[in-house]
Design a protein around this ligand. Structure first.
Ligand SMILES: *[C@@H]1O[C@H](CO)[C@@H](O)[C@H](O)[C@H]1NC(C)=O
Ligand SMILES: *[C@@H]1O[C@H](CO)[C@@H](O)[C@H](O)[C@H]1NC(C)=O
Ligand SMILES: *[C@@H]1O[C@H](CO)[C@@H](O)[C@H](O)[C@H]1NC(C)=O
Ligand SMILES: *[C@@H]1O[C@H](CO)[C@@H](O)[C@H](O)[C@H]1NC(C)=O
Ligand SMILES: *[C@@H]1O[C@H](CO)[C@@H](O)[C@H](O)[C@H]1NC(C)=O
Ligand SMILES: *[C@@H]1O[C@H](CO)[C@@H](O)[C@H](O)[C@H]1NC(C)=O
Ligand SMILES: *[C@@H]1O[C@H](CO)[C@@H](O)[C@H](O)[C@H]1NC(C)=O
Ligand SMILES: *[C@@H]1O[C@H](CO)[C@@H](O)[C@H](O)[C@H]1NC(C)=O
Ligand SMILES: [Ca+2]
Length: 534
């Protein structure tokens, strides 16, 4: 506890937060009544300092840099007789904004996301991330082989335990404040799943969540990832599409689907609304561009179409038109077969090339780690005032965009019959041209979301640090001022480098509206209007 003279001194200085000491002793005493938790380390980081765990943090081996002065804390929590997880906290010194923000992970990776914590602590948040109970890179599920407790940690237990303990630590650490005023979540991909899962199981954890491209339907997503890779196997089959042809396929898709938004700019605003003529890709005597044989064309059809199996059962959506197939069809992804070998069948020799719908049913029955975030009735979260901003890139090459549209429709089916207007608490934005969570060669994509990276920036949207452009600031404005975002403006910096200046901006529209070019400078968001597709 800080001494009373220190409290007075800091109060006189106008500081909102007086901190306990950034020491192992201090954190250990905060956790005195939590025998399952032990302090791994406590380290004071000076202003403009950096922090990370280098190569031991496999998915995030680089440091958070240019930090505000803060206390970096590592905690270990025993979660069962033979499992445990770690989480990390950044506790800003005098810049704390009296708010808590949690961020998430990627794929099957295990490691604390210090870089994203650093990005969000720049706003003043006390931030947290958990390693989800194991150490691995994002494509590696081998840690879950015969390890049901480790899978439960990954599925939801590490996240929830870390959120709960973090709140206790923060409320005690900032000892003279009124405690946490608001709690937020921001992340993408597996991080998107983690956020949705947490509010489904524990609606009181967060006041608002911003989730991108959520991997919410774990068994079906893994099965589809594998299935999509297998469409293009074996490589010596006539149906195989050589990866060198993928770019040319996208070029034809852009040619057919780009102009409908009023502007020929190689950006497809509405891939769902474009009926792509696949036969334009056929090799014919007069077609000397990238072309496909009929057998290859069938492979392409499958890739971009929904997977529907026995008894017309919808299994998983295909990838949107305009998306490069490289990530899923270039090679068979371990994200697909590891799920089955290591988590469903516990048999690393299981022959994944023989995947059928029966395997999807087996995966559903096991539902490893209870990870699936498919409790579509979000009423408990809505009723406690919770808000969701969800986004998904329209050219996501890893998690098909339509899986987020499907989720939205399932929530609508669960809640609309009771009179709920989804937009009252759950707003959804598609980001034309954006790949998985981030990046587009041409389209504005940057909204400072979880896991988005911009060279030359520490956080937010440089030059536009406001709720119109920054998804976390938009979420805060909605939660704290009851002002819901009607649109977000995405930004493209020259070479995705903040210091090179803005190249273009464009509105992202409230689903299902779409941005249409009206008139004026094509790089200016004001030249576009969000219009209903009907
Ligand atoms: C912050 O640290 C970086 C190196 O990490 C250094 O280049 C920069 O000059 C420092 N900025 C300030 C304001 O000290
Ligand atoms: C990263 O941060 C750690 C912990 O603060 C420090 O020991 C290490 O030197 C930093 N590494 C780099 C490359 O800055
Ligand atoms: C933990 O113990 C259980 C049985 O108590 C066992 O089934 C499991 O494989 C062990 N390991 C992990 C990491 O879950
Ligand atoms: C594989 O292990 C999981 C727990 O990790 C269990 O739920 C599942 O039933 C096992 N599968 C088989 C085929 O034994
Ligand atoms: C490809 O065909 C177009 C007309 O269809 C023609 O203008 C062009 O020269 C041809 N290119 C090659 C390399 O044959
Ligand atoms: C498909 O439907 C038939 C007839 O209702 C049923 O017997 C069968 O079990 C179903 N198959 C699957 C895989 O659900
Ligand atoms: C997983 O979900 C099943 C079905 O909802 C439930 O019975 C079980 O208790 C859950 N297990 C854990 C560890 O959460
Ligand atoms: C942007 O990147 C490209 C390719 O790396 C390079 O040719 C170009 O000079 C860069 N532009 C600026 C303004 O740095
Ligand atoms: Ca266009």
């Amino acid at each position: 506890m800080p001494s009373s003279w220190l409290i007075s001194l800091l109060l006189l200085a106008g500081s909102k937060a007086v901190i306990a000491q950034c020491t192992t002793e201090s954190l250990t005493s905060i956790l005195a009544n939590t025998p399952e938790a032990t302090v791994n380390f406590v380290q004071a980081v000076p202003a403009n300092g950096s922090f990370g765990q280098a190569a031991t943090d496999i998915p995030f081996p680089w440091n958070a840099t240019q930090l505000p002065a803060l206390c970096a804390v590592g905690i270990n929590v025993k979660s069962s007789e033979n499992s445990s997880y770690n989480f990390g906290l950044f506790l800003p010194d005098t810049t704390w904004n009296e708010r808590f923000l949690t961020t998430g992970n990627g794929g099957y990776g295990g490691g604390i996301n210090w870089p994203n914590m650093g990005m969000f602590s720049q706003y003043g948040f006390a931030t947290m991330s958990t390693d989800t109970g194991h150490s691995s890179d994002s494509g590696d599920g081998s840690w879950g082989l015969d390890a049901p407790e480790a899978l439960i940690d990954w599925g939801y237990r590490a996240m929830h335990g870390s959120v709960t303990l973090s709140k206790h630590i923060i409320n005690t650490y900032y000892s003279i404040s009124d405690g946490i005023q608001y709690s937020y979540y921001a992340s993408c991909s597996t991080g998107g799943r983690q956020g949705l899962k947490e509010i489904q199981n524990y609606p009181d954890s967060f006041d608002g969540i911003s989730v991108g491209a959520p991997a919410w339907w774990s068994p079906h997503l893994a099965a589809a990832t594998l299935h999509q890779g297998l469409y293009n196997q074996p490589e010596d089959d006539p149906k195989h599409i050589d990866p060198s042809l993928f770019a040319g396929i996208v070029t034809e898709m852009v040619k057919q689907c780009d102009p409908q938004d009023g502007l020929v700019d190689s950006i497809i605003s509405d891939p769902q609304g474009c009926t792509f003529d696949f036969e334009a890709l056929l090799c014919t005597p007069s077609n000397n561009a990238t072309c496909l044989t009929p057998a290859q064309l069938t492979t392409a059809y499958k890739f971009y179409s929904d997977w529907v199996d026995v008894n017309q059962t919808f299994v998983f959506p295909g990838v949107t038109v305009g998306t490069n197939a490289g990530a899923l069809m270039g090679a068979v992804s371990s994200l697909g077969y590891s799920f089955f070998q290591d988590w469903v069948y516990n048999d690393t020799n299981w022959d994944y090339t023989q995947l059928t719908y029966a395997d999807v049913q087996a995966a559903d029955a096991v539902n490893p780690g209870n990870a699936t975030a498919d409790d579509f009735d979000l009423s408990p979260f809505m009723e406690r005032g919770g808000k969701i901003i969800k986004y998904h890139g329209q050219a996501d090459s890893l998690i098909p965009t339509r899986s987020s549209i499907y989720f939205r429709k399932q929530v609508e089916q669960a809640m609309a019959p009771q009179g709920t207007n989804l937009d009252d608490f759950y707003r959804f934005f598609l980001i034309p041209g954006m790949d998985h969570c981030m990046s587009s060669a041409l389209a504005p994509w940057y909204i400072a979301g979880g896991s988005q990276q911009l060279t030359g920036a520490t956080h937010s949207v440089p030059g536009y640090e406001d709720a119109d452009h920054d998804v976390v600031l938009a979420l805060m404005k909605w939660v704290e001022q009851d002002s819901a975002p009607e649109q977000l403006i995405a930004t493209k910096y020259v070479n995705d480098t903040a210091t090179l200046g803005v190249q273009s901006q464009r509105p992202l529209c409230l689903y299902p509206k779409q941005a249409k070019y009206v008139s004026g400078d094509v790089d200016d968001a004001a030249s576009f209007e969000c219009q209903s597709p009907y």
